[in-house]
Design a protein around this ligand. Sequence first.
Ligand SMILES: [Zn+2]
Length: 241
Amino acid sequence: MAKKKKLKLRIDRVILVAIIAIIILFGLYKGIMFAVDQVSGFFAKEKPVQVEQKEKEYIATVVIDPGHGGYDAGANTKNLFEKDITLTTAKAVGKYLENQNIKVIYTRTEDIELHDDKKTDLEMRAAISKTNQAKYFVSIHVNDFDKTTDVSGFEVYTKNDESTALATSVGTYIEKLNYSKNRGIQDGKSLVVLKANTVPSILVELGYIKGKDYNYLSDNQKLEQIGEAIAKGIVDQVHKK
Ligand SMILES: [Zn+2]
């Protein structure tokens, strides 16, 4: 009898231990599942939100080349540097084009050169339009003239006949600003940055930095207007073909 009682007591204890073990295990399981949920939830938040991100549909790609940069200041006078004028103008061109669904690639967006060697620098700029299958390449510069300060006017250099329509279009819009005279379309096939290009290319000389154009070229607001004018000339041509 005593033995039986002892056995029953032991069985009761085993059952009790088993029940406690089950409770503990269940608790552990719930705890682990909760933790897993929290952790996966955390990582899910870290992932980028899955929104339909379509690549913006551009109607064309245009390379804008602010002339000079870095060690090469270009033409300069009275603390006014060609490399700064061209960058300000180029950014205004690009801003306008982007708003017209035209993809803009700049050869530089900061005060830097692309290469220590000037010719290589220019060839690298030209290569950007080929790499990106650009429709047009537009280089921006200002003129220097040492002998006289009387000279003024803007002019557009063209790589070849294929580029001349673009040059004319850009020149027409700049002329509307009436800030200086239109010196017309010039043959630019010997200019390295145009010669090395594989797409229709133009080079715009905005004016003469030491001449009558100084007041206009030293005014950032005016440069932005010139930039917009250049952009309008480009947009017209992009839509033509
Ligand atoms: Zn220049």
